[in-house]
Design a protein around this ligand. Structure first.
Ligand SMILES: Nc1nc2c(ncn2[C@@H]2O[C@H](COP(=O)(O)OP(=O)(O)OP(=O)(O)O)[C@@H](O)[C@H]2O)c(=O)[nH]1
Length: 246
C-alpha cells in the first residue's frame, strides 16, 4: 500500500512534467513562428503540428496507463483495509458479521449446526498498566496468530474490538467446539511473549454458543448466547470456557 502511494506520487510528478512539456512545446512553436515570421508550406505546417503529439504521445499514454493501474490497485487496497483489523490482520467486527451472516443466510446452511465463540483476554488491562500499551498490542497480535493457527478456514476468525475476539465454526458439533475451546485456552496459558526482558503471558476466557439440532437462528442470537456463556466463564474464575446450548 505504502509502495503504491509512493508510486502515485511519481505518477503525479510525471503528469506535471508531461503537462509542462506540452505547454513549453506549444509556446516554443509559437515563438519560433513569430520570431522568424515563417512563410511555411502546408506540408511544414502539418509536420510541425504533428511533431508535438508524436513525441509526447508515448509519455502521455504511459502516464494514463500508470494512473489507471495505480487507482485500480489503490481501490482494491482500500476495500481490503475496510475489512481487516489493522493490528491483528483478522476480519474486523463489521466484516466478521458480514461473513457469518452470509453463511447463515445461505439456504443450504440454514438448517446446519454451528458454534460461535466470544473470546476475551483475562485481566488485559493489567498488562497495559504493567508493561505498557505496546506490550498489550503485541499480546493481541499473538492471540490473533494463535486463533488463526488453531481455527483455520473454513472457520471465521475476527477481532470484535479491544481485547475481544470471535470465532465462528460452521458445521461444528458440540464435541468439536469444546475440543477447540480447550486447545485455545491451553495454548494461551502456555504462550509467553518477551517484553523488556520479562516474560508476559495472558489467559483467555471463552463463551461458546452452540446451535443444536440445526435450528434456524441469527448471528445476533448466537452473539447473545455466547456473551452469556462468557459471563459465566469470567465468573467461574477465568481461563476456561462455558457453553450455552440453544
Ligand atoms: N494495548 C491495547 N489495549 C487495548 C486495545 N483496545 C482496548 N485495550 C485495553 O483493553 C483493556 C480492557 O480492560 P477491561 O475491559 O477492564 O478487561 P480486563 O482487564 O481484560 O478484565 P476482564 O475482561 O474482566 O478479565 C482496557 O485497558 C483497554 O484500554 C488495543 O488495541 N491495544
Amino acid at each position: 500500500m505504502r509502495e503504491r502511494l509512493q508510486n502515485l506520487g511519481r505518477v503525479k510528478l510525471v503528469g506535471a512534467i508531461t503537462l509542462a512539456a506540452v505547454v513549453l512545446a506549444v509556446l516554443a512553436n509559437l515563438f519560433i513562428s513569430w520570431l522568424f515570421d515563417f512563410q511555411t508550406t502546408w506540408f511544414e505546417d502539418v509536420f510541425r503540428a504533428a511533431v508535438i503529439p508524436i513525441f509526447l504521445a508515448p509519455l502521455l499514454s504511459w502516464y494514463l496507463v500508470g494512473m489507471f493501474y495505480l487507482l485500480d490497485s489503490l481501490e482494491k487496497d482500500m476495500s481490503v483495509l475496510a475489512r481487516i483489523d489493522s493490528l491483528t490482520l483478522l476480519s474486523n467486527r463489521r466484516y466478521f458479521y458480514q461473513q457469518t451472516s452470509d453463511w447463515l443466510a445461505t439456504e443450504s446452511n440454514r438448517s446446519r449446526v454451528y458454534a460461535f465463540f466470544i473470546l476475551d483476554l483475562d485481566f488485559f488491562k493489567g498488562i497495559n498498566d504493567q508493561h505498557g500499551h505496546l506490550c498489550g498490542d503485541k499480546m493481541l497480535e499473538r492471540f490473533g496468530v494463535v486463533l488463526q493457527e488453531i481455527a483455520p478456514s473454513p472457520n471465521i476468525v475476527g477481532r470484535l474490538g479491544g481485547e475481544e475476539f470471535a470465532v465462528f465454526l460452521p458445521n461444528a458439533s458440540q464435541q468439536e467446539a469444546e475440543n477447540l475451546a480447550v486447545r485455545i485456552c491451553q495454548t494461551m496459558r502456555c504462550s509467553v511473549i518477551e517484553w523488556d526482558g520479562e516474560k508476559v503471558s495472558c489467559s483467555v476466557s471463552i463463551g461458546v454458543s452452540i446451535n443444536m439440532n440445526g435450528q434456524k437462528s441469527t448471528i445476533e442470537n448466537a452473539f447473545k448466547y455466547a456473551d452469556l456463556a462468557l459471563y459465566e466463564a469470567k465468573k467461574s474464575g477465568r481461563d476456561c470456557y462455558r457453553v450455552y446450548l440453544s
